[in-house]
Design a protein around this ligand. Structure first.
Ligand SMILES: N[C@@H](CCC(=O)N[C@@H](CS)C(=O)NCC(=O)O)C(=O)O
Length: 260
């Protein structure tokens, strides 16, 4: 077996980030937002953490996501993104990708992210499961079942099957957690993994999911949905002029589904 060694001068281990969790936020966190499941993950987290924030609507059906000032903080031309004026070392920081934002907020304020390294790894598993699978696959399912002008039976079945598989995987995880006396997706308690998954899971009807098949999932969704912070986040509405839906607007479909 080959052994690799680093012969450089050993450097001191980096401290955990941040070394001490913050308890206050003076200036509002700037949130670039659209009222979609990816956007709501962050309003849920901000409400749960009781932080001051300012909402900047990004109308992705009209191309706001391609404005240079938005691309400067979110180069993948997608919401959500934040700017925290009180970032590391007290300097501003911008962050894109919902998982990175949730981890940043949880680490900064030392909440909703378990209390041990082991627990954080478990929360990360389900956070990344959402960002890499549950979100994108349900998104493709929406695309081929609801938005695509051409109904392609192969694509529709492929993503409906995958959506069903993912709901089954989630339900089984919640059953394991329940057997261990835990009410939430990962670790001991409610975490950023639940925040990431919750709003995507509200679309289960669109994904052909029968709740009777997944009662543990259904009970978890009700439990999360009853949290006051989640209800405050869900109550945020944008002016119709600030949000157009690809389901009903041809111009929005042209902008969102013809990118190269
Ligand atoms: N992986 C990204 C996905 C974000 C995403 O898909 N955002 C959509 C709205 S829900 C968007 O901004 N779409 C605009 C576009 O594709 O041009 C995350 O988790 O932040």
């Amino acid at each position: 077996m080959l052994e690799y060694r680093c012969h450089g001068v050993p450097s001191a281990a980096l401290p955990l980030v941040p070394d001490t969790a913050m308890t206050t936020q003076t200036l509002p966190i700037e949130l670039y937002y659209t009222a979609t499941p990816n956007g709501r993950k962050i309003t849920i987290a901000l409400e749960e953490l009781d932080l001051p924030y300012a909402l900047h609507p990004i109308n992705i059906g009209r191309g706001d996501q391609f404005r240079p000032e938005f691309l400067a903080i979110s180069p993948n031309n997608k919401i959500p993104a934040i700017v925290d004026p009180e970032g590391p070392d007290g300097q501003p920081i911008s962050i894109f990708e919902s998982g990175a934002i949730l981890k940043y907020l949880a680490e900064k304020f030392g909440r909703f992210y378990g209390s041990s390294w082991r627990e954080r790894v478990k929360i990360d598993e389900w956070l990344f499961w959402q960002v890499g699978g549950f979100g994108p696959m349900l998104g493709q399912n929406n695309h081929f079942s609801r938005y695509a002008p051409e109904k392609i039976p192969y694509a529709i079945k492929r993503y409906q099957d995958e959506a069903h598989r993912l709901y089954r995987v989630l339900d089984e995880q919640l059953q394991r957690q329940s057997a261990a006396g835990r009410d939430y997706v990962a670790g001991e308690d409610y975490s950023i993994a639940d925040m990431a998954i919750f709003d995507w899971s509200r679309g289960s009807d669109n994904h052909g999911i029968d709740l009777a098949e997944f009662p543990t999932f259904a009970a978890w969704r009700t439990r999360v949905g009853e949290r006051p912070a989640v209800q405050r986040a869900l109550a945020i509405t944008l002016e119709p002029s600030q949000q157009v839906s690809a389901a009903t607007d041809e111009k929005a479909r042209a902008i969102m589904f013809n990118q190269r």
